[in-house]
Design a protein around this ligand. Structure first.
Ligand code: PYR
Length: 324
């Protein structure tokens, strides 16, 4: 057994006994076994896009229900956060006729598309609700920009529940409904959104792209895709503090959540759940075991006073030997 292997099956606790959740990002049932063997304590991001891609017709409610239920049953008491369809103009779906857009990442995608194509959204929400009868399923809306979108999405969810009630079909009684924080305006308004969302998950890949106004696929400006930028870190801190003030939990499902230099800072800022590729979980857990949560709180507050991403990273590395 390698040293990392020993961390696959241990609880995710810091040196001083604070529990955080280490969860996995998956793209479908085919990834769920690797998530379990990798030591995930749940699924922090179930990407549902793949169910819709590479085919000529929309997946039916039954197909989706089965794909969600299998995963819910594999993590019987642990959370499985299912993200509703996050697709847009950069992908081809033959049965959707998506518009060609000059700026697809600023365009008709994710919750925007779902609120416009209610038929599609209602079908997916029914499928997720039905799967929630078989495990600890949570629903998450992607790309929320304002509270109206959250309310509109919840209205469709209420409709889906009413339909299932009328048909006598079971679903979980207390399904939590959260949102992704990817749009900077939503991050700034996190205190308000926390009044109506049960949890947040910070999608740092998109959040950094939108905060830095830098296309993350554009190599020429790759240096700007920088999650350690002080502005980005301060927004993350604001999101976590705002959620906690309203008694909500906060996860992160972007790449930053599995970054060993970021983990001490995120722990110090109070992040509750870290969701990452299954292959990163053992290393993250091993690191957490060595960190003192109170010390990391201090570290984070000092690091967020520094002016550059490089200084912040160097500061973490100098203070946390386990990182380097
Ligand atoms: C993001 O970080 O943007 C994800 O969607 C995971």
């Amino acid at each position: 057994r390698s040293r990392l292997q020993t961390y696959v099956s241990r609880a995710s606790e810091t040196a001083d006994g604070k529990h955080v959740e280490l969860a996995a990002n998956i793209g479908g049932p085919q990834d769920a076994q690797a998530a379990r063997t990798g030591g995930a304590e749940g699924i922090g991001l179930y990407r549902t896009e793949f169910l819709y891609m590479g085919r000529d017709t929309m997946p039916t409610e039954e197909e989706q229900f089965l794909a969600y239920k299998i995963v819910a049953e594999m993590f019987p008491s642990q959370p499985v956060v299912i993200r509703t369809l996050d697709i847009g103009g950069d992908k081809e779906l033959p049965y959707l006729s998506l518009p060609k857009e000059a700026n697809p990442f600023l365009g008709y995608r994710a919750i925007r598309l779902c609120l416009d194509r209610k038929d599609l959204f209602l079908t997916q929400l029914r499928a997720i609700l039905r799967a929630s009868a078989f495990g600890n399923v949570k629903i998450m809306y992607p790309m929320i920009s304002n509270i109206e979108e959250l309310r509109q999405a919840n209205a469709v969810l209420a409709e889906a529940k009413a339909e299932l009630d009328a048909e006598g079909i079971a679903y979980g009684p207390d399904v939590e409904v959260g949102i992704m924080i990817e749009v900077p305006a939503a991050g700034m308004a996190a205190d308000q959104l926390a009044s109506e969302a049960d949890f947040f998950s910070i999608g740092t890949n998109d959040l950094v792209q939108y905060m830095m106004a830098a296309d993350r696929m554009n190599e020429t400006i790759a240096h700007l895709s920088e999650p350690f930028n002080p502005g980005v870190l301060r927004l993350i801190r604001h999101v976590i503090q705002s959620a906690h003030a309203k008694g909500r939990w906060v996860g992160m499902c972007g790449e930053m959540a599995g970054n060993v230099t970021a983990i001490p800072l995120l722990l110090g800022m109070g992040l509750d759940e870290f969701s990452m590729g299954a292959g990163s979980i053992a290393a993250a857990r091993g690191l957490l075991h060595k960190l003192d949560s109170e010390e990391m709180k201090q570290l984070a507050s000092e690091a967020l006073e520094l002016y550059t991403a490089e200084e912040i990273k160097q500061y973490v590395i100098s203070r946390v030997p386990a990182v380097s």
